[in-house]
Design a protein around this ligand. Structure first.
Ligand code: AMP
Ligand code: MG
Length: 424
C-alpha cells in the first residue's frame, strides 16, 4: 500500500487523486522528428532562429518604392514625378542605391533596395507609358515613411527563441519553425497507453454477443479518450474475470507501455480482482475516489509504470479517465496545461443529488435569450450509458457537500472536447 491513505477504504478527493498520479509521472524524454511530422507534438527544448525573419526589408505590396521625402509635397495640382530605375521581382536582389528623384517598381516580398523608405501600392499611382524602367511614376499624394514596408526581423530576430519548450505544435508553430530553420524538432516522446478490458461478460466488439454477454464498448471508447489526449492507445484483447489471466496480461502491458489503464473488475464484486492484482504486482496508492460516476478506481505503480484501474460502467470509465488519466498524459507529453478547460454556466434546472460524492453530470450547453450560457444536466445520469455522454457538451460538477442546486445557480462545466489551455 502507498503512503497516501491511512486505509485503502478511504475515499480520496479528486484533486488529491490527480496530484498523487501527477507526482508519479514525468515528461517523457525527447526524440527528434521531422518538422512535417511534428503537428500536435510538444517541444522539448527552446527552439531559436538561425536568421532574422524576414532576412531583409521587403515590400508588403505590389507597387513602387521611393524616398518619402521626394513625394512630401505631391498633390493633384502638382504631382511628383520619379524616374523608374529598376523592376524588382520577389527573389531579385538589386544592389544599387536608389537616388533622390528615382523610384523602383517592386513586387510583394521583394527585397527593398538601399535608399528607399516608402512603398505605394500600384492601384494608387499613375505612371508614364507602361510604368517600366525609363518611364516615370506620377504620384499625386504624399506617402508616409515606412508605409507598406515589412522590416527585417519583424517576425523574429536571429538567435532569439521562436518556440519555447513545452509548446504544443500547431500549424502556425510549424510555419514559424520552418522560417527559422528548425526542420528537425526535438519533441517529447508520446506515451503509449495500454488498455485492458476486464469482464467475463465481454466479447469483442466485432462479435455477436451470446446470452449473458455484451460487447466490449469501454475498450474502443478508451482508445478514443487516449487518442484525444494526444497519446497512443494499445488495446489488449478482452480478458475474463480470471486472476491469473489478468495478472499476466497486466504484467505484459506494464512492460510494453508507459501508462496502463483497465476498466471493470475494480469494485467490491465477487470477481473484482484488479486491486489485489495491482497490489500483488506493485504498490497501490488508492482504490476509491470521491467522484460519481467513478468511485472505484485503483491507482498503483508497478515497475515504475503508473496503472489506473477504472470502474467498469462506461460513463464511469470515461469520466475517471478524463479527470485522472488525461492530466497525467498531458504531463508525460510535456504539455504546460494539464487539465481540461472549465467554464462557468448557469444551471438549466433544479438539480438534486444523493450522497457526499462529487458529481460529474452529463449535460448540454446552450445560450439563453440573454446570451447567458446554460448547462442542463440529463435527467438520466446512469453511469451504464454511453448515449448521454455521447450527446453531452460538458460535465457539470456538483461539489460533494452540495445536495441541491436551484435552476440558475452558477456551476463549473468541464469540457472534454476543447484543447487544454483554450480560453473559452
Ligand atoms: P464491474 O466494474 O466489472 O463491476 O462492471 C460494472 C458494469 O460495467 C457492469 O455492468 C459491466 O458489465 C460493465 N462493463 C465492464 N466492462 C465493460 C466494458 N469493457 N464494456 C462495456 N461494459 C462494461
Ligand atoms: Mg466486472
Amino acid at each position: 500500500m502507498g503512503t497516501l491513505v491511512a486505509s485503502l477504504d478511504e475515499l480520496v478527493a479528486v484533486e488529491k487523486a490527480q496530484q498523487v498520479i501527477l507526482e508519479e509521472v514525468a515528461p517523457l524524454p525527447a526524440e527528434t522528428v521531422a518538422l512535417t511530422d511534428a503537428y500536435g507534438r510538444t517541444t522539448a527544448v527552446d527552439l531559436s532562429s538561425d536568421i532574422d525573419v524576414s532576412p531583409f526589408d521587403n515590400s508588403a505590396m505590389d507597387g513602387f518604392a521611393f524616398r518619402a521625402a521626394d513625394v512630401a509635397d505631391a498633390s493633384e495640382e502638382s504631382p511628383a514625378r520619379l524616374q523608374i530605375v529598376a523592376h524588382i521581382a520577389a527573389g531579385d536582389w538589386y544592389g544599387e542605391e536608389v537616388q533622390p528623384g528615382q523610384c523602383v517598381r517592386i513586387m510583394t516580398g521583394a527585397a527593398l533596395p538601399d535608399g528607399v523608405d516608402a512603398v505605394e501600392m500600384i492601384e494608387k499611382v499613375a505612371f508614364t507609358e507602361r510604368g517600366l524602367v525609363g518611364d516615370y511614376l506620377v504620384l499625386d499624394h504624399p506617402v508616409e515613411t515606412g508605409k507598406n514596408i515589412r522590416y527585417a526581423g519583424e517576425e523574429i530576430k536571429a538567435g532569439t527563441v521562436a518556440l519555447s519548450a513545452g509548446t504544443t505544435i500547431g500549424p502556425a508553430a510549424m510555419g514559424l519553425l520552418a522560417s527559422t530553420g528548425n526542420t528537425m524538432v526535438p519533441v517529447h516522446r508520446v506515451p503509449t497507453v495500454g488498455i485492458l478490458s476486464l469482464g467475463s461478460e465481454l466479447v469483442e466488439a466485432g462479435e455477436y454477443p451470446t446470452p449473458g454477454h455484451i460487447r466490449n464498448s469501454n475498450g474502443p471508447a478508451l482508445v478514443g479518450c487516449v487518442t484525444r489526449a494526444g497519446a497512443t492507445p494499445k488495446l489488449y484483447p478482452t480478458l475474463p474475470d480470471d486472476y491469473e489471466a489478468i495478472k499476466a496480461t497486466l504484467a505484459q502491458a506494464i512492460a510494453e507501455c508507459d501508462f496502463v489503464i483497465s476498466s471493470g473488475g475494480a469494485s467490491a464484486g465477487d470477481f473484482d480482482y484488479i486491486t489485489d492484482i495491482a497490489d500483488d504486482l506493485g504498490t497501490v496508492y488508492f482504490k476509491y475516489v470521491n467522484m460519481r460516476p467513478g468511485k472505484s478506481q485503483t491507482f498503483a505503480v508497478i515497475d515504475n509504470t503508473p496503472f489506473l484501474g477504472l470502474a467498469g460502467n462506461p460513463a464511469a470509465a470515461v469520466c475517471g479517465f478524463e479527470m485522472l488519466v488525461f492530466p497525467a498524459l498531458q504531463k508525460m507529453l510535456g504539455r504546460k496545461t494539464l487539465f481540461h478547460p472549465t467554464q462557468q454556466a448557469s444551471l438549466g434546472k433544479d438539480t438534486k443529488k444523493k450522497g457526499a460524492r462529487e458529481n460529474y453530470l452529463r449535460a448540454t450547453l446552450a445560450r439563453n435569450a440573454d446570451g447567458q450560457l446554460v448547462a442542463t444536466p440529463y435527467r438520466n445520469q446512469s453511469s451504464a450509458l454511453f448515449s448521454t455522454l455521447q450527446t453531452s457538451d460538458c460535465l457539470v460538477i456538483v461539489p460533494g457537500e452540495v445536495n441541491f442546486l436551484p435552476a440558475g445557480a452558477e456551476v463549473t462545466c468541464v469540457h472534454l472536447d476543447i484543447t487544454a489551455g483554450t480560453v473559452i
